[in-house]
Design a protein around this ligand. Structure first.
Ligand code: ADP
Length: 253
């Protein structure tokens, strides 16, 4: 059966007021259920902990030092999982929190443990939700972006498809927010070639890695024969519509 990793970006999981977008999760849960009912296995990688932390403890939002950032992630991670747990529960789905670091992917015994835990969760029909374990990571040793966390997860698990949900329809030849005539690139055969031929603008206000890390993720997974799709997360029913060809995105083959 098909193994799918779905990465949910900060801009997708957050509302405009900086709180967790429950409507998005309400739309996501039945789609995941439907994928699982049709025999597919799904792992989620979700951003949003830090923003959820800021909206919970508003008064800390302006502190920029690393320990405050880590504290905000620790607070927000609970809020994030609470939202997933409640809403996925309404669809009869159990979730599991998996917090990982870069070092976890570099150790043979750890990757074996991660793999065994993921396989067990999936065998039991539970949806693993992965995020970076910010508490134990300083900037220098972080994977740094969940686009790459999702790519590493797909690599470790032997995923068939990686779906990166962002706030744009896909990758354009130039930044669509800064250029009205930007053209969507629907199919990419070579991420290295793509990188040379497009211009990359600024990230969204909540985003971290921007388009560059999405292309980097494609460089990691495509050599394994894993496809990657970048698509607009807030578009209702996006995952199922993509699979039926009803919605567009950027597909890396
Ligand atoms: P996420 O939080 O979902 O990972 P990011 O903010 O990191 O999203 O990256 C997506 C943003 O990158 C888009 O909102 C868009 O404004 C910007 N962007 C810059 N250059 C491009 C481009 N060539 N094609 C598409 N988006 C681009």
């Amino acid at each position: 059966s098909k193994k799918i990793v779905i990465k949910i970006g900060s801009s997708t999981i957050t509302s405009e007021d900086g709180t967790i977008d429950k409507e998005f999760i309400k739309n996501l849960a039945p789609q995941i259920k439907s994928l699982m009912d049709s025999g597919k296995r799904v792992i989620l990688v979700s951003s949003g902990a830090r923003i959820a932390g800021v909206s919970t403890i508003g008064k800390w939002s302006r502190k920029e030092d690393i320990n405050y950032k880590q504290a905000l992630c620790a607070i927000g991670q609970v809020e994030l999982m609470d939202s997933y747990r409640k809403i996925f529960g309404e669809y009869g789905l159990h979730i599991a929190q998996v917090l990982l670091t870069k070092e976890d992917f570099e150790s043979t015994s750890r990757t074996l443990n991660i793999r065994n835990t993921l396989f067990t969760l999936l065998d039991e029909g539970v949806v693993p939700i992965i995020n970076e374990n910010d508490t134990v990571c300083v900037e220098e040793i972080k994977i740094g972006d969940n686009d790459l966390m999702a790519a590493r997860t797909s690599e470790l698990w032997g995923g068939d498809l990686l779906i990166i949900l962002s706030d744009i329809v896909g990758i354009y030849d130039k930044s669509p927010t800064e250029n009205k005539d930007a053209k969507l690139i629907e199919i990419v055969n070579d991420p290295y070639d793509l990188e040379k031929n497009i211009s990359i603008g600024k990230n969204s206000s909540f985003g971290t890695g921007g388009i560059a890390t999405k292309i980097k993720a494609a460089k990691i997974v495509t050599p394994y024969g894993t496809s990657l799709i970048v698509a607009r997360g807030k578009q209702k029913n996006i995952i199922l519509d993509l699979s039926e060809g009803k919605e567009k995105g950027t597909l890396f083959l």
